[in-house]
Design a binder for this molecule. Structure first.
Ligand code: C2E
Ligand code: MG
Ligand code: MG
Ligand code: MG
Length: 283
């Protein structure tokens, strides 16, 4: 087996890292093929302003449209891609598709910011910044229409390196979000020093904020913290209207979740957007 948390000196068996597991090897070669065959598709989930009700952007979420297995969710193959070096090509492919969509939205008269998830491993790729800038240029998408989402662990594993990289991306005008915030171990000192623009509150707090008092207090504290640091707050996992009201009362900026829309294929997203852009989704 491979030790998962090598540098912490703890060995945890994780089948997704076991090079001798035949299921994993099969999946790995299939994933390699899937990238070449363009079997990965993006679904788009709207992000809606809590103050105006306007759609302000969308998050691109990858799925594997597998010929036999059907739609495979990202949790089933992103970790595998991360442990095998496939995450580099996968991320570029996702960025390419996402920026193509962002260009199309802008051409159709409604520029929306597109958010793309980065894996922790992407931050150790020396070509990442150049490749992102090259793809923006290739698709003629202005940098402010791209947001990159990073998890806390991506940022805290090698903080000096992450800071250098994020500084370059931010200097180019790209927005930077910390995803699943509250679920990890970012110190306030780290947070203050990073050139990030947005905190996405982990859905484990948001989805239960109106039923578990302590989670409601955590959400409010994160919104206050973000405001004091000059950051936008996005609540993920907004599953009902009561949560929308509570978030608005707390001063949270943006909502994302099943109550507004599930992640949708591009065609359905366009239809949803046409039907909802003029309405207040929050009513
Ligand atoms: P994430 O970035 O935190 O994305 C949000 C996840 O929550 C998505 O799951 C979304 O479908 C789900 N979600 C949205 N609203 C609700 C809600 O109201 N309730 C509940 N219960 N869930 C909601 P999904 O699409 O399965 O993605 C899971 C994770 O996989 C993502 O979490 C992200 O970490 C990763 N991921 C997705 N696409 C990519 C990608 O292109 N690259 C990388 N590196 N990671 C990705
Ligand atoms: Mg995300
Ligand atoms: Mg998240
Ligand atoms: Mg997540």
């Amino acid at each position: 087996y491979v030790a998962k948390a090598r540098n912490r000196g703890v060995a945890v068996y994780d089948p997704s890292e076991d090079a001798h597991d035949p299921g994993r090897l099969a999946l790995l070669s299939e994933l390699r093929r899937a990238i070449d065959q363009r079997e990965l598709v993006l679904h788009y989930q709207p992000k809606v302003s809590l103050s105006t009700g306007d759609v302000c952007g969308a998050e691109a979420l990858v799925r594997w449209n597998h010929p036999q297995r059907g739609m495979v969710p990202p949790d089933r193959f992103i970790p595998l891609a991360e442990h095998t070096g496939l995450i580099g090509p996968l991320t570029r492919y996702v960025l390419d598709m996402a920026l193509r969509e962002a260009r199309r939205w802008a051409d159709e008269g409604h520029p929306l910011q597109i958010a793309v998830n980065l894996a922790a491993r992407n931050l150790t790729d020396p070509d990442l910044v150049d490749d992102v800038l090259r793809l923006l240029e290739a698709h003629q998408v202005p940098a402010h229409l791209l947001c990159l989402e990073l998890t806390e662990s991506a940022i805290t594993t090698e903080p000096e390196h992450a800071l250098r990289l994020l500084t370059q991306l931010r200097a180019a005008g790209i927005s930077l979000a910390v995803d699943d915030f509250g679920a990890g171990y970012t110190s306030l000192a780290q947070l203050k020093n990073l050139p990030i623009t947005e905190l996405k509150i982990d859905r484990s707090f948001v989805a239960t904020m109106t039923t578990e008092r302590s989670n409601g207090l955590i959400v409010r504290s994160i919104v206050d913290l973000a405001r004091n640091l000059g950051l936008t707050t996005v609540a993920e996992g907004v599953e009902d209207a009561e949560i929308v009201d509570a978030l608005a009362a707390d001063g949270c900026s943006v909502a994302q979740g099943y109550h507004l829309s599930r992640p949708l294929p591009a065609v359905d997203f366009d239809r949803w957007y046409a039907a909802n852009r003029a309405l207040s989704r929050l009513a």
